[in-house]
Design a protein around this ligand. Structure first.
Ligand SMILES: *Cc1c(COP(=O)(O)O)cnc(C)c1O
Length: 193
């Protein structure tokens, strides 16, 4: 089980104490913010593993592939092509999670459940290294059934990894088989704004 410390909005001086305490896996939700903060930190601490957990725009695919060690937000066809191209160009294979809109929420990112199989087939045809599924369940509803459903979808598609669980629900996610939990405020305190 991998604990990803989500450091979005927090400056380097808040992050360094966690690294010095032994934490090595971090996550950010915006490419630009990560580009501002992480190259210097990665130089200082070369064994850092950096994950992108937020939405990715196709025109940022090259930047994301250059900086991140794992991307959790593959959620549409247009990104399959952009990521394949970026990985070829960079000669770098970055492991991926496909984000699933597990609560079928209109405003939320993630591929629709009904379109998951097709997207995975496309990613496979493009030789993208998809390793698992990721979700953010609906707020203020018992998350366990959503986590269990994501676990079933991953199992159905032969995928071993599950990125699920945040500060408010990581214990539940772990009980449902999470291999990666994404914890921000429980480690860093509440974010401003
Ligand atoms: C911010 C964020 C998290 C961490 O949220 P917390 O509630 O602070 O633990 C996890 N996953 C994603 C996709 C995020 O954007």
């Amino acid at each position: 089980m991998s604990l990803i410390a989500i450091s979005k909005t927090h400056p380097a001086e808040r992050i360094v104490p966690l690294i010095e305490a032994g934490q090595r896996v971090f996550g950010e939700n915006r490419v630009q913010e990560a580009q501002d903060k992480w190259p210097a930190l990665k130089e200082r601490f070369p064994d850092i593993e950096l994950h992108l957990v937020g939405q990715l725009q196709s025109n940022k695919a090259e930047d994301a592939v250059a900086l991140f060690d794992c991307i959790h937000s593959l959620d549409r066809s247009s990104l399959v092509g952009a990521l394949a191209k970026a990985m070829d160009k960079a000669q770098r294979r970055v492991p991926l999670f496909v984000q699933v809109n597990i609560g079928a929420e209109e405003q939320k990112g993630g591929v629709a459940i009904a379109e998951l199989s097709a997207l995975l087939a496309e990613a496979c045809a493009a030789e993208l290294p998809v390793e698992g599924l990721m979700c953010v369940p609906p707020f203020e509803i018992e998350p366990a059934p959503f986590f269990a459903f994501l676990a079933k979808l991953a199992d159905d598609h032969g995928l071993a990894k599950l990125s699920m669980g945040m500060s408010g629900d990581f214990e539940t996610a772990i009980m449902q088989g999470a291999t990666h939990v994404r914890v921000g405020s429980a480690l860093f305190g509440e974010r401003a704004g």
